[in-house]
Ligand binder design. Structure first.
Ligand SMILES: Cc1cc2nc3c(=O)[nH]c(=O)nc-3n(C[C@H](O)[C@H](O)[C@H](O)COP(=O)(O)OP(=O)(O)OC[C@H]3O[C@@H](n4cnc5c(N)ncnc54)[C@H](O)[C@@H]3O)c2cc1C
Length: 433
């Protein structure tokens, strides 16, 4: 079949790769000038580096298998970095259970209640029940108000900003479950994986396989209209031309479908409109010196303009980039004033706050700043989300939706993009009886 895929992020590329392997004629159309989606990279110190920080966990087995299949296993590096938390204007290590036991912001009782909630999460079977209550209510009930207010509340806020209190318990339960299982063999250690040369190497291999099989990946090709012919094939118009396909898969976030002229009924549109995303602002700082010993530092202070400091070069040595690389990240609504402010204004606010966290740090240490924005960075998983989750099929026959809002009860991530991509490719590639 001739199959068109809109969006060349990890999901669109996996679908294209799988369908090419199955012998279909694949064309991927990507709006941006390069493929990779949220895993796109910039050249920094002669190396590719993701616009947005990326790592994988040991239980991201779909990703590990894909890396193996593409012959890239030797480039997958596993490291054991340290994490920290900045709270109440103090920095604390936050990597191991011992760190938790020493975490003086909580009473000993609360520390034990928090550790026990994380460990017990693995044994929850009936996760659907957790959809009916908020993460705030669940944590407060199971581990106490302080544990929510001091640790998980700020963490939820770091991901969901002003929606933090509306997030379903399912979301945080799943995080506890997954992170608990990456530590199953040795509780004090957690390995994180990174691809030498960045994760784009994985997607570059997929693109090579697709084009090698006669497929195409067109960039700078934003899809803007879809129409169905009487023979049920689909005409897809993009800035650059028009193509006809037997099947089409749209992999952009549901809110981004508004930019496409699609003959969908209003009731279906209204369902899609329920799906909301958080945007993300990410600054990459190239520094002369290391900032701290931590890879991941959660900033649990309500007034902070960013919510995480990720020192990438505490995962991968700085020699690779000729600088120490630090990401400063903030999730927020696309309509938020901060999202729209000029880059230098945002950078100034971020750097002022960084100075507050690290008083001895000197702004003259910054060699270069890179600024990235993503409007659709994280689906908002509210109460009863499984009823809102869009299906793969649409009111137009042979037109499918696949996107990170369908990854549930797990959360977005490359591992799940690959798992979803394989599932959707099987569905789309099926011949009708
Ligand atoms: C800040 C941040 C940190 C992250 N950290 C991690 C991590 O540590 N580990 C991990 O595994 N994952 C991480 N992720 C998640 C990971 O990046 C996503 O799960 C993954 O990129 C989703 O892939 P996707 O293809 O579904 O979506 P996307 O990557 O968003 O791709 C969608 C593509 O569709 C294109 N598009 C949109 N509209 C059109 C149109 N009209 N026509 C054609 N193309 C269009 C877009 O340009 C884009 O390329 C992170 C994400 C963010 C934002």
């Amino acid at each position: 079949m001739r199959i068109g895929i809109a969006g060349a992020g990890p999901l669109g590329l996996t679908i294209g790769y799988e369908l090419s392997k199955a012998g279909h004629e694949v064309t991927i159309l990507e709006a941006e000038e390069d493929y990779g989606g949220l895993v796109r990279t910039a050249r920094i110190g002669g190396q590719d580096l993701e616009y947005f920080y990326h790592h994988i966990f040991t239980n991201d087995q779909e990703m590990v298998k894909m890396v193996e299949e593409l012959g890239l296993s030797s480039a997958l590096l596993w490291r054991e970095p340290r994490d920290g938390i900045y709270i109440n204007r103090k920095l604390y290590p936050f990597t191991s259970p011992l760190d938790l036991l020493r975490f003086r912001e909580l009473s000993l009782f609360s520390r034990i209640a928090m550790g026990s909630l994380v460990l017990r999460a693995r044994f929850v079977r009936d996760w659907q029940k957790l959809e009916a209550i908020s993460a705030k209510e669940w944590i407060t009930r199971k581990a106490g108000r302080d544990v929510y207010a001091k640790v998980w509340g700020p963490l939820l806020q770091s991901k969901f900003d002003r929606d933090a209190e509306e997030i379903a318990a399912t979301w945080i339960w799943n995080k506890f479950k997954l992170r608990g299982s990456t530590r199953s063999k040795n509780l004090s250690k957690e390995l994180l994986g990174y691809m030498q040369g960045s994760f784009i190497t994985v997607y570059r291999k997929m693109v090579a396989a697709i084009t090698g099989a006669g497929g195409r990946v067109l960039t700078g090709a934003a899809v803007n209209q879809i129409r169905q012919r009487p023979d049920l094939t689909l005409d897809l118009r993009f800035n650059g031309g028009e193509l006809n396909f037997d099947r089409v898969v749209l992999t952009m976030a549901p809110p981004a479908l508004k930019a496409i002229d699609l003959p969908f009924p209003d009731t279906y549109r209204a369902r899609l409109d329920q799906i909301r995303y958080k945007a993300n602002i990410c600054l990459i700082l190239e520094l002369k010196h290391s900032l701290s010993p931590y890879y991941w530092l959660t900033v649990a202070e309500p007034e902070a303009p960013f919510v995480a400091v990720i020192e990438h070069t505490n995962l991968i040595p700085a020699e690779h980039y000729g600088s120490h690389i630090v990401y400063l990240s903030r999730y927020l609504d696309e309509e938020d004033e901060l999202y729209r402010l000029p880059e230098d204004v945002v950078a100034d606010r971020f750097l002022n706050y960084l100075q507050q966290i690290f008083p001895a740090w000197n702004r003259a240490d910054v060699k270069k700043i890179h600024f990235f924005r993503a409007p659709y960075a994280q689906p908002v998983v509210g109460l009863g989300y499984s009823r809102m989750k869009p299906g793969y099929e649409t009111p137009l026959k042979h037109l499918y939706l696949a996107n990170m809002a369908q990854i549930y009860p797990e959360d977005r991530g490359q591992n799940y993009a690959i798992r979803l991509g394989k599932e959707v490719a099987r569905l789309v590639g099926e011949k009708e009886g």
